[in-house]
Design a protein around this ligand. Structure first.
Ligand SMILES: [Zn+2]
Length: 292
């Protein structure tokens, strides 16, 4: 059965995705032509040209080969996968194995990155990787637009005068960074929430896996966020929109919403929403999301 992805509008962005701890997580932003995590590569993410994978856990990374293969199958340009550079050889080995199994290779560009590295997405828009706390090779990603603004001291100059200043090699503009989206993947609390491009992003997409009071130990063991952690995290964040992902199946989403209300300030209620804001399909077994 296909993944029942959710589509919703958050701020001025469309978000298409599915995220349940230990099962599958993928969050695509079609307007930015970028997808965070592969999940099991539902068909909705296949047209997205850049796939950023935060870490190697299967519920986030399993779809990489299928994403690349499907793009080849439907005749789309090869996809780009951005992942921690230590994982690149393993992904290449995986793709080579699939090539031998299928009898033909699926083309794709695998870009290895680490903390602070930038990958251009389009003119004046970059993807920046940053370290998060979820095992050795876990990264978050921000999409940052660079805008050029005329320095105030040149505001009264005419067009030809500005051209002349430029000809003289004078820097008449400042570059301003506008963080559009930050995605932290799976992570415990850490200094990444204090990065300007994370805490000021127009949309922050973050996990909050556990809500029940007896799940604190699980959260710590798996380096995940428990709703209690939000009291320490939210005051540092200036994001107008925060989208929560990766909620465990162990807690009903309706209960999670109630518990959230009790753990955050009223001022935060409006800016926080859940990606999966309705109960998921039932399944027989609760996956072990501790290590996922
Ligand atoms: Zn994980």
């Amino acid at each position: 059965m296909p993944t029942p992805v959710i589509e919703k509008t958050v701020g001025d962005l469309t978000v298409v995705g599915y995220s349940l701890a230990g099962e599958e997580t993928t969050v695509a932003l079609p307007e930015l032509n970028v997808c965070f995590d592969a999940g099991r590569a539902p068909r909705e993410i296949i047209p997205i040209d850049t796939l950023c994978v935060t870490h190697g856990h299967m519920d986030h990374a399993a779809g990489i080969p299928y994403y690349l293969s499907q793009r080849s199958f439907i005749g789309t340009a090869p996809g780009t996968v951005v992942i921690h550079r230590q994982l690149v050889p393993h992904v290449e080995t995986l793709m080579a194995c699939w090539g031998r199994i299928e009898g033909h290779a699926s083309p794709g560009r695998i870009i290895g990155v680490t903390d602070g590295d930038e990958t251009p997405l389009r003119r004046n828009v970059v993807l920046r990787a940053f370290t998060v706390r979820h095992g050795a090779y876990a990264l978050g990603f921000s999409v940052i637009e660079r805008r050029h603004k005329l320095k105030s001291e040149y505001a009264d100059r005419s067009g030809p005068q500005l051209v002349e200043l430029k000809k003289q090699g004078i820097a008449i503009e400042n570059t301003v960074e506008v963080p559009l989206v930050a995605y932290v993947g799976d992570t415990a609390d850490g200094p990444h929430f204090d990065l300007d491009h994370v805490r000021n992003a127009r949309l922050l997409i973050m996990e909050c896996t556990f809500f029940d009071s007896d799940h604190v130990v699980r959260a710590r063991a798996g380096k995940h966020i428990h709703v209690r952690d939000l009291r320490g995290i939210l005051p540092r964040l200036r994001n107008p929109h925060i989208l929560l992902t990766h909620v465990t199946r162990r807690t009903d989403i309706r209960a999670a919403k109630r518990i959230l209300q009790n753990h955050v300030e009223p001022v935060d209620h409006e800016r926080i929403t859940f990606l999966m804001d309705r109960p998921p399909r039932k399944r027989d077994r609760t996956p072990g999301e501790n290590g996922a």
